[in-house]
Design a protein around this ligand. Structure first.
Ligand SMILES: Nc1ncnc2c1ncn2[C@@H]1O[C@H](COP(=O)(O)OP(=O)(O)OP(=O)(O)O)[C@@H](O)[C@H]1O
Ligand SMILES: [Mg+2]
Length: 398
């Protein structure tokens, strides 16, 4: 026992010895990881101290003493963490705080986003005000949850087979169980909306299939009319609705493959004197994006590419929760998320289905895996049920 402990200690010391030099080099190169200090004899570069290693778990862990004033974010920043991992010969790192002065750095082989994220389904009878929807899991293993009452409109882009529909299906399944949510929208494919909702209150608010573009237009007209009625009925001195009930639901408006609908509309005939069908759809969409939020409507715009000709430049700015799955054209990433997405361009082109970059109003762009609704074989397990009710309870106490 004693000698095994000694052998482990020696292995940990040798592990640190091997990494000391690459650690110093990478800290010196990455801004935020080192400080330059002027001393009498010249300039010294101070780096965080690689104190020891812990090899007892499945992945090696480095215990590092931060420099005074350093933040955990300095290690977690995208570029910093990727450079540290590469310099030390690993695929990725995970950084955890340890007291105020130390950090633990887990060195990982492989991708922490491998493995599926089950979509937790809340119990029946809950309100959208009580529940946060699981939208993803991040690289640290933390679930990302979003309140749909507080939350913004959503834009989802991604190449074909990248995971858009699976994400929407998982988010909608969580939302559709809530008594005070209505799932409305347009879906040419008829796979996301339509069939799964036959016989429910949602179905009459959905237009599916590509045979009748007018049905999609008419649905958007109805939604805009409902929005206008709601806005007219806003109580004095209130600028938006925040409480919902079964008779006055929060309306999720899904526009699945909106670009496809616009393409179809470009050849559709219109009544004499009416604007072109494409223009009508864009105008209705524009109104829903810009005025829908205060009326309790939340858009979920799904497209292969969030091009300005499809989602509109101004409208894109209103779609605050932005999710990009793998894209054929990397520039589409910059288009939706801005210049900070440039760091991710190369890696994201190879993202497996379900892996996305997510950006929300108070959340910088980060890599995640989206949830997936598990088939009937896998849902009834007891642990998942336990997680559900805990999640619901925690959400409802906020
Ligand atoms: N979160 C996920 N976890 C695991 N696998 C996933 C996930 N999301 C998607 N996939 C896999 O990728 C496949 C394609 O996903 P999906 O149908 O959502 O793509 P899409 O972007 O909607 O494609 P299209 O543009 O053709 O409609 C799924 O059938 C599934 O096998
Ligand atoms: Mg799809």
């Amino acid at each position: 026992m004693w000698s095994r402990q000694r052998a482990e200690d020696r292995a940990a010391r040798e592990f640190v010895d091997r990494l000391v030099n690459p650690w110093r080099r990478v800290c010196e190169r990455v801004p935020g990881l080192s400080h330059t200090v002027q001393v009498a004899s010249g300039t010294t570069i101070v780096i965080p101290t690689l104190a020891r290693a812990d090899l007892s778990g499945p992945d090696p862990v480095l215990v590092v003493r931060k420099i005074h004033g350093q933040l955990i974010e300095d290690f977690r920043a995208d570029e910093a963490s990727r450079r540290i991992a590469a310099a030390l010969g690993y695929d990725r790192i995970r950084v955890y705080p340890r007291g105020s002065e130390w950090v633990r750095i887990e060195l990982l082989i492989g991708d922490p986003l491998d493995g599926e994220v089950p979509a937790p389904l809340a119990g029946r009878g809950l309100s959208v005000s009580d529940v946060e929807i699981t939208i993803a899991r991040d690289e640290l293993g933390n679930p990302l949850r979003q309140s749909w009452v507080e939350g913004p409109h959503v834009c989802i882009q991604g190449a074909t087979r990248s995971g858009k529909s699976v994400w929407c299906y998982s988010a909608l399944a969580q939302l559709a169980r809530l008594d005070d949510v209505l799932i409305a929208g347009s879906d040419l494919s008829g796979l996301l909306l339509g069939r799964p909702y036959v016989g429910t209150r949602h179905h009459e608010w959905q237009a599916t299939g590509s045979a009748d573009v007018e049905a999609h237009r008419d649905l958007l007209v109805r939604l805009v009319a409902e929005m206008d009625t709601r806005i007219r009925n806003l109580p004095p001195r209130r600028d938006k609705f925040t409480r919902f009930h079964a008779g006055f639901p929060l309306i999720v408006v899904v526009l699945e493959e909106f670009a496809g609908l616009l393409r179809l509309a470009s050849t559709a005939p219109v009544e004499k004197g009416q604007p072109k069908m494409r223009e009508q759809l864009l105008a209705l969409y524009g109104r829903l994006v810009s005025e829908g939020h205060k009326a309790g409507l939340r858009l979920m715009v799904v497209t292969q590419r969030a091009d300005a000709t499809v989602v509109g430049g101004f409208e894109r700015g209103q779609l605050g929760l932005r999710i990009s799955f793998r894209l054929d054209d990397p520039e589409a990433l910059v288009m939706l998320h801005g210049q900070s997405a440039r760091d991710h361009l190369e890696e994201h082109q190879l993202a497996p289905p379900g892996v996305a970059l997510v950006q929300a109003p108070a959340r910088p762009l980060g890599r995640v895996r989206g949830p997936r609704l598990m088939g009937p074989r896998r849902t009834p397990t007891t642990p998942a049920t336990g997680t559900r009710s805990r999640t619901a309870r925690r959400a409802s106490t906020r």
